[in-house]
Design a protein around this ligand. Structure first.
Ligand SMILES: [Zn+2]
Length: 258
């Protein structure tokens, strides 16, 4: 029986991934994102339902639009696959129904933010505000097995510190060097992280993000194709660091306190 339920969880995850793809494509363009049929971004032709099945259609169409034969971004496939595997992982590892829904919602929000910020260097407010609301709401649903904080004060202070720390980085860089170091979108994202895990998480997550950011920009810095002023999206690093913190946060804090 468990194999059928697992398959079902995977399929639901893929469908949510498909919905995430619609948001990733349409949110930055300010298009109506829930309503309206799917269409090819290149030739604008409406996509027939059997060409719109998560994972399967991409393989079936060999990654090309049926009408205009232009390439469909591999990211569509990737997002559906990641979402599917996350749903499967969550289903197999958690028992609390509310927690399963909560974590899958987080996966969807994180996926959308990750891919939008990567391409457009923005995080739409609706995503950050949904994340913040969800992270705050978690304080009132007990019995999660996850590494979130359940101390309401710690959560709220975490949210405020998360926002202020990025805000002060933005402010001081602007004053001192006239550089837009980060965006307020990053500040709101960090507010959500603080609300989820408490105030100390803000520093650890930011620290890991900075290291990841440096590692990823190092090859370009060495080749001199970019300099330190080149804009890189910071949201994806915050998201990867948050996931690392979710799994290894207590271990990392122990290491720091040694
Ligand atoms: Zn097309």
């Amino acid at each position: 029986m468990i194999i059928y339920y697992s398959l079902l969880a995977f399929i639901i995850g893929c469908i949510l991934g498909s919905f995430s793809n619609v948001c990733i494509y349409r949110l930055p363009l300010n298009k109506q994102f829930i309503t309206g049929r799917s269409y090819c971004p290149k030739c604008k032709k409406k996509i027939i339902w059997y060409d719109n099945l998560p994972l399967i259609s991409y393989i079936n169409l060999n990654g090309k639009c049926r009408n205009c034969k232009k390439k469909i971004s591999f990211n569509y496939f990737l997002v559906e696959l990641i979402s599917g595997f996350c749903a499967l992982y969550i289903f197999l590892n958690y028992n609390n129904f509310y927690e399963i829904i909560f974590l899958q919602l987080l996966v969807v929000i994180f996926l959308i933010i990750y891919f939008i910020d990567l391409k457009h260097f923005i995080i739409p407010d609706i995503l950050n505000l949904s994340f913040i609301a969800l992270a705050f709401f978690k304080n009132f649903i007990p019995d999660f097995e996850s590494s979130f904080t359940y101390d309401l004060n710690n959560s709220i202070i975490g949210g405020v510190i998360g926002y202020l720390i990025i805000w002060s980085i933005i402010f001081s860089y602007k004053k001192l060097k006239n550089i837009e170091a980060m965006g307020l979108g990053d500040a709101k994202l960090m507010a959500g992280v603080g609300l989820l895990f408490g105030w100390y998480s803000v520093f650890v997550v930011l620290f890991i993000s900075a290291i990841l950011g440096l590692i990823f920009s190092l090859p370009d810095l060495i080749k001199n194709t970019k300099n330190l002023k080149t804009k890189i999206p910071f949201g994806p690093f915050i998201i990867i660091s948050t996931i690392i913190y979710y799994f290894y946060g207590s271990f990392i804090i122990k290491l720091i306190l040694l």
